[in-house]
Design a protein around this ligand. Sequence first.
Ligand code: PHE
Length: 344
Amino acid sequence: MSPLDELQSKALAELAAIADLKELEAWRVFYLGKKSQLTQTLRGLASLSVDDRRQAGAQANQLKLLLESSFEEKKKTLQQAQLAAARQEYFDVTLAGRPLTLGRLHPVTQTIREIGAIFSGLGFQVVEGPEVEWDRYNFEALNIPPGHPARDMWSTFWMDYKTESGQTPMLLRTHTSPMQPRVMEKTKPPVRVVVPGKVYRYEATDATHESQFHQVEGLAVDEGITLADLKGTLYEFARRFFGSDRKARFRCDYFPFVEPGVEMAIDCWVCKGAGCRLCGNSGWIEILGAGMVHPHVLERVGYDSNKYTGFAFGMGVERMPMLKYGIDDIRHFFANDLRFLRQF
Ligand code: PHE
C-alpha cells in the first residue's frame, strides 16, 4: 500500500468514529491543515520529475477532494444531530397552562385586615383577647354591675366555672369591649389599640343576626382627648374604608361604659343620601357605636379620670362587606359555600 492509500484508510476510519463537531475540527486540522501530511506531500511535488509529479499529484489531489467532501458530509450529519437534540428540549409555549389552585382569605379576615391596616396608619396597635371571658371584664369593669338592666342589651351565653370559692360567672364575650379594661390594666396611658375578634350572642339566627360574629373594638386614652378626636378619627376611617366623599353623622346613643355615647352613620353611597333599599330609605347607614370612655371605667383600672380621657368604639365586621357588596344575609359568611367565598 502506498503512503497515501494508508493515509486515506486511516483518515476515513477516524472520521467515521467522530461524534461531535469539536473532534471533527481537530480531524480537519490534522488531515487537511497546513501542516498535514497531505499538504506536505502536495508541496513536495515540485521536487519530483515531471512524470512522477503527474502521477503522484493526481493521487494526492484526489485524496484531498475525497477528504474534503467526507469532512463536509460528516459536518452536516453532526449539525443535524445537534439540532434534533436541542429540539427535544423545547417545550411548546403555545400550550395552555395548568391552572394553579390558589387559596384565599375569608372575606371576614380580609375585612379585619383592611380595618386593622387603616387604624395602624392612624397610630393604633392591633391586639387580640380571649373569647371565653369573665363577667368581670365583659360587664362589671364596663360599668354594668350584676342586675343592671343594660345587661339585657346583650343576650349572653353563660357557662359556670367552679372554683374553690364557689361558682364564678364565665361567658362567651358578647362584644370586644372587655378588651378595654384588659388593655388598660396592663398599660399606662397613652393607649391606642384596635381589637378584632369573635363575639357571641344568644339569639335566634336570621338574615341580619348570627349567634357568632366579629367586631373590631377601638380605644384611645390620653391627656386631653375629646369628642372631636373621636369624630375626626372615625370620620377618617370611614373616608378610607368607604370612599373619599362620604359624610358622617353622629347621634346620641346609650352604652353604660361611655358618656356621652354615640352611634355613627355615613351617608348611603348607593343613593347619595336620597333614600334607597340599602339604607332603608333613610339616606344613612349606621356603622358603629362609640363614645367617651366613662370615668368609672377609667377609675376601675387605676387611671386618674381627672387627668385622662379617652374614646372607644365598636363596629360589626360582617356588616362592612355586607354594605359594601350588597350581601343580603349574614349567614353566607359561615355556611362555607365555596361559590360564595370564591367571589372575594
Ligand atoms: N360594645 C358595644 C356593642 O357591642 C359597642 C361599643 C363599643 C359602644 C365601644 C361604645 C363603645 O354594642
